[in-house]
Design a protein around this ligand. Structure first.
Ligand code: PEP
Ligand code: MN
Length: 348
């Protein structure tokens, strides 16, 4: 971190900056220049409160030389993190495999989730998704079956061998979800629920952290830092589109976030083109594009009968569309030297 002093800052002002840096427990390195003096803060461990320095008399600006997040950064750890899921199947995010997570937006009934599980498994998914608690814009929309849905997901896992990914919306639900699920999803609306993130960091299960509706990539990485700071290194990031001025799609699916995150962080990132676009016919091209862009996986909403879905029917693929998508995705993955994780790897 570099503290640039104003032109004409006094010696006392420079000395004050130096003494505050030392008080904070870091080393100060004054660099007098022809026009103005800068003071380097040496030993920045990512916890420096820049506002304390910004407010001092004579300070012009504080320049951040390194990123505000630490453990999630490539500087901290250069080799990619591989998030291995439990079980003998060897499903892992962040290695050579591209992992497909698929299933309905919400768990609606036993019949629906078991049918969906069989269909997505046949097509090539290795993880089943389905919400038990749903973050809906309207309180009158279907809110999810709640705890009974977790039992149904566990049953679908038993019957198909698929692993389970489902969202925890609050502290109480998190405990239940962590007991049942193989991946705990933190949704877009909770990306900056810092108390929930702290708990998720101690939940003992891999976490799928979705990008907030209006969050920058930096904010996404800072939220991931909360999980790592609590000791959970099994974090998978997820690009799911951000709000934009354009109403042509539900969200603006940010394809560039995939290579951007890969450059800044060692964590795996997957793409959710279902929420990213909100429209069934846009999901397929954006899923293909995400794999081509290097996504470590895709999360796709698939419903046995989208027209009757209780949530997100318009963006849910028909099972045969998903099967076709998976055939295409295999070719794209191969073309860039990767491989789609096969359900055969899962012990049913
Ligand atoms: C979901 O995955 O069902 C969901 C609600 O996603 P998001 O948090 O990205 O809106
Ligand atoms: Mn949904």
């Amino acid at each position: 971190m570099l503290i640039v002093m104003r032109h004409g800052a006094t010696r006392e002002e420079v000395e004050k900056v130096i003494s505050v840096i030392q008080e904070m427990g870091y080393q100060a390195q004054p660099m007098p220049g022809a026009q103005r003096t800068a003071v380097g803060l040496v030993g920045n461990d990512g916890r420096v409160d820049a506002s304390r320095l910004e407010g001092l008399p004579g300070v012009h600006e504080v320049i951040h030389v390194s990123q505000p997040y630490k453990q999630v950064s490539r500087e901290w750890k250069n080799e990619p993190t591989i998030v291995r899921l439990p079980g003998g199947g060897g499903v892992a995010f962040g290695g050579n495999d591209v992992v497909a997570i698929a299933g309905p937006c919400s768990v609606e009934s036993e019949r629906q989730i078991i049918d969906a599980a069989r269909q997505v498994k046949d097509a090539g998914a290795v993880v089943l998704r389905g919400g038990a608690w749903k973050p809906r814009s309207s309180p009158y929309s279907f809110q999810g079956l709640g705890k009974p849905a977790l039992r149904l997901l566990a049953k679908a896992r038993e019957e198909t061998g698929l692993l389970i990914c489902t969202e925890a919306m609050d502290e109480t639900g998190l405990g239940w979800v962590a007991e049942t699920a193989d991946i705990v999803q933190i949704g877009a609306r909770n990306m900056q629920n810092f108390s929930l993130l702290k708990l998720a960091g101690r939940c003992g299960k891999p976490v799928l952290l979705k990008r907030g509706i209006s969050a920058t990539v930096q904010e996404l990485l800072l939220s991931a830092e909360y999980l790592l700071a609590e000791g959970n290194y099994d974090v998978i990031l997820c690009e799911r589109g951000v709000r934009s001025f354009d109403t042509a799609t539900r969200n603006l699916f940010d394809l560039t976030a995939i290579p951007v995150v890969h450059k800044l962080s060692h964590l795996p990132i997957i793409a959710d083109p279902s929420h990213g676009t909100g429209l069934r016919d846009k999901v397929i091209p954006m899923a293909r594009a995400a794999v081509a862009a290097g996504a470590d996986g895709i999360m796709v909403e698939v419903h046995p009968n989208p027209e009757e879905a209780l949530s997100d029917g318009a963006q849910s693929l028909f099972p045969d569309q998903f099967a076709q998508l998976m055939r295409e995705v295999r070719i794209i993955a191969e073309a860039i030297g990767r491989r789609v994780a096969e359900p055969a790897a899962v012990s049913a």
